[in-house]
Design a protein. Sequence first.
Length: 347
Amino acid sequence: MSRWADDPERAAGDLVERCLDAIGLRGRVLLANQAAHWLPGLPGLAGRGLEVAHWNRRLVGTGSGKAAPWPPAGPFEVVLLRLPKAKDEQEMAAHACLSVLAPDGRLVVYGGNEEGIRSAATMLEGVCGAVETLAKRGHGRVLAVARPTQSARLRSSLSAWRSTAALEIGGQRRQWISYPGVFAAGRLDEGTALLIGALPPLRAGARVLDYGCGSGLIGAAALCQSRAIALHALDSDSVALEAARQNLPSAHCVLGTSLGEVGATRYDAILSNPPLRQGMAEDHTLLEHLIAEAPAHLPAGGVLQIVVQRRVPLERRLAQHFASVAIAAETGRYRVWRAYVGDSSVS
């Protein structure tokens, strides 16, 4: 197994460190979409007399630090962009980084072949013209481009990437807002649709959390059931959260990776299609933390309802933390689990 398959973030970090001299770091440098382990020590950059800034649209690691939908104001002489995983997000991230580049600046993009770095070269060529390959090694490469002389080529604000689609949510047809890289952008995915079709009863005044909200589909369905609920929406992706703010104007949106971000707040219902991947690898860490932490944020009678693929075994894990566990709905591919703290009624 190649190192890119086993530990892509470490492979990417090592690759770009090997060609720092070829990159020609100078002046103000922006590190964009960098992994948690590479951010703190900035290996290879110490002692170079640089002014270094960071931009991540998602919280990294345990969620400490910052995330923002768009990079900080430039100009930057060099931007190092770790290639995002989603193809549409790759294009938006490149435009975002180019938009804060100095006129004579350089955007350096690096990633693995399986992550799409070769097709990213074609995309960059279409925007910037010539693409220079600074390094190829171990199924990865480092590319460099200059800011295009015609700035009209750049979509240089988040609003320029906003998309809308007509969706039916909770029996109501509406225009739905999304952005590149947001889960299930512009559509209602099968798992979320199954959960929405089996929502628990939500009384007026109930406090409800859409955990891992994405653009806010589950929260919107909960509001269709009862406009009188107090809806909170939590996600680690600041761009997804911006879409949720626009789709759910009445919701309280929280940037975070875990229930710890809501403090001592308690909910009558926590609803989620939880993320099961970190990058390209499957990772159940966030799901396990959600199940373990949820009871402390639910009163007696409070409910956690989640949808996961059927192959993910949850009954035993849920039973360790909840008094009552049941399957609320299922298909050949997905299963909706409903777990109550105490008696089986939403207080």
